[in-house]
Design a protein around this ligand. Structure first.
Ligand code: ATP
Ligand code: MG
Length: 566
């Protein structure tokens, strides 16, 4: 492709709306054109990268026995009513009505449709297992479309669905998808981590997210290098550092003028925060819940929500706390009545805690559980954090930020039951099909790849997903000799099967080199008057390293060697 003919132009300035590196660089490189909030046109450079990602995904899905289909984006609402997801997913659904007054939606995902297809085609255990996938546009009315392709309202996803006769079959399908996903990300040249993910209140069902480490990511992972344990913070378990365990002393009330926060309390009493208790008030589906946890640990609201099986969970306001007879700033688990009480496991260990007293400017000291207070339930509702021990006891947890690029989930029988997708087993009895679902955000993956691979000059594409292999630059192309040599090299490299973006514009070397750095193709090839005099062309890897000068006839072989290094 000749850059002089390319549809998109690069931008010199950073676009003001860009929130993250990938958003900024994709706009500056002319890969994207924004049409509405969270809605983008993919321009030629982006589309070429996406096509390469899709190809790798297709090959790995096919290798795992997947069958590609293409399902519609427009769904009748009543299909979603059958599973109740017209309600549970209502917040993100784009809904519309046709000329006959029938309700439709633009699909955010395809469990209902794919289950109805399999229901119509798989009648016997002999028809199972099945793995069906597609690469297709999804629609989600995200409350906060963000950062270009990282969180769009219209985006591309590879979604796959497995159908098995039983849970053992699902385990095998799931494992083979986890392996296929690892292959996909490895082949794209993009390190990712498979991490345990929250699977909602139902619990017990496996779910893993594939997280690509990047500072700008919305997801936080707790990772133990020693054992490889990795889990999304929403789900991660941990062993907090132990609290002091002195001999229990008698409970006492003490004056703590002006002390409200845990750090203040610990400082005032000269004790570690691990020797304090905090009591936090929540509203869960309209019910007031008092949560007690060690002062140095935060409540994990996802765990709490799952434990309570609540749809809606939020911190209670000071008024709601007062209405329940509590004193904000000195809330106490001691002497509480008429409120549901839950405590974190952390209260079981340690002794002589300081805690609120339900009166201003006073706290209890030497609080010991269960001697001085009781709770309805003790559960793991702690937020794991860096410095806590790994739950397997192998070492310390570290925090890693990243972007969720893939998600695999054991769904079980929910969709089959809701939509009547059963099969006849080997004994002639009808049974529900057991299902799994597996998504990769294709457009998000491209953005995440750039989050992970860029420097202050621009994108640094991993070779397998770069829009072109080579960025051919001619310096002083107004000199006929240079233009002819560059044109010839352009033809030869392409004849050799290499993909070349050829900057044939009449621009200064500075402008051309800046654009080459911005677009981030793996290898830059320079034809210049000086190089021509020496009978060479110059190749340089975008990732860094010294320029190499070789005769034009050797350029293709050297380029291939450099591409192989990534
Ligand atoms: P998130 O938690 O980021 O909102 P999700 O858990 O809702 O994502 P899934 O339903 O698991 O997403 O979708 C499968 C994959 O699709 C995700 O792993 C992600 O890569 C991609 N994806 C989801 N939502 C978006 C979006 N709004 N824009 C781009 N990609 C998305
Ligand atoms: Mg997800």
């Amino acid at each position: 492709m000749r850059l002089s003919r390319l549809l998109s132009k690069t931008l010199r300035e950073d676009p003001s709306e860009a929130e993250t590196a990938s958003h900024r660089l994709m706009l500056r490189a002319g890969m994207l054109h924004q049409v509405a909030a969270g809605v983008y046109a993919y321009l030629p450079l982006a589309l070429r990268s996406l096509a390469k990602i899709e190809r790798i995904i297709r090959e790995e899905m096919d290798a795992a026995g997947g069958q590609e289909v293409r399902m519609p984006a427009l769904h009748p609402l009543d299909l979603w009513q059958a599973t109740g997801r017209d309600q549970t997913a209502a917040a993100i659904l784009f809904q519309l009505r046709d000329r006959r007054g029938r309700d439709l939606l633009l699909a955010p995902t395809h469990e209902e449709v794919v289950t109805s297809i399999v229901k119509a085609n798989a009648a016997s255990y002999r028809d199972l297992p099945l793995l069906v996938y597609q690469i297709q546009t999804k629609f989600r009315d995200e409350p906060r479309p963000r950062a270009g392709l990282l969180r769009g309202r219209e985006f591309d996803m590879k979604d796959a669905y497995s159908f098995d006769a039983d849970w053992d079959g699902l385990d095998r399908s799931y494992q083979s998808m986890v392996e296929a996903y690892s292959n996909v990300f490895r082949r794209c040249g993009l390190p990712t981590m498979a991490v345990e993910a929250d699977s909602g209140a139902i619990g017990g069902k496996d779910s893993h997210e594939f997280i690509m480490p990047a500072e700008s990511g919305e997801d936080l992972v707790l990772h133990c290098r020693a054992s490889g344990y990795a889990a999304n913070v929403e789900r991660a378990k941990s062993i907090p550092p132990p609290a002091p365990e002195p001999d229990p002393l008698p409970l006492a009330l003490t004056d703590t003028p002006g002390v409200i926060t845990i750090p203040d309390l610990a400082r005032f009493l000269g004790i570690p925060e691990a020797q304090t208790l905090k009591a936090v008030f929540y509203q869960a589906d309209g019910q007031t819940v008092l949560v007690t946890i060690r002062g140095d640990i935060e409540v994990n609201e996802v765990k709490l929500k799952n434990h309570l099986r609540a749809n809606d969970l939020r911190l209670a306001g000071p008024e709601e706390a007062r209405a329940a007879g509590l004193t904000p700033g000195s809330t106490s688990p001691i002497g509480i009545e008429g409120v549901r009480t839950i405590a974190d496991e952390s209260i079981r260990q340690g002794a002589n805690f300081a805690a609120g007293a339900n009166q201003p400017d006073k706290h209890y000291v030497n609080v010991n559980y269960p001697r001085d207070f009781n709770v309805d339930e003790v559960a793991d509702i702690a937020r794991a954090q860096a410095g806590h021990g790994s739950p397997d006891g192998a070492g310390m947890l570290e925090e890693v930020r990243g972007v969720e690029v893939g998600h695999v989930f054991k769904l079980g029988e929910f969709y089959a039951d809701a939509l009547g997708a059963s099969f006849i087993d080997a004994d002639g009895a009808p049974r529900s099909i057991v299902m799994g679902c597996y998504g990769i955000g294709v457009t998000r993956l491209l953005a995440a790849a750039i989050e992970q691979n860029h420097d202050d000059r621009g994108i640094v594409f991993p070779a397998p997903i770069a829009p072109y292999h080579l960025h051919l630059v001619s310096l002083n192309p107004d000199q006929e000799q240079v233009r002819e040599a560059a044109d010839r090299l352009y033809d030869d490299l392409r004849a050799d099967g290499l993909e070349v973006l050829y900057d044939d514009r009449q621009e200064s070397p500075g402008v051309k080199f800046n654009d080459a750095d911005l677009l981030g193709l793996p290898v830059r090839v320079v034809v210049s008057p000086r190089n021509l005099r020496d009978g060479v062309v110059e190749l340089r890897a975008r990732r860094g390293g010294e320029p190499q000068r070789v005769p034009a006839s050797e350029a293709a072989a050297l380029a291939r060697a450099m591409l192989a290094e990534g």
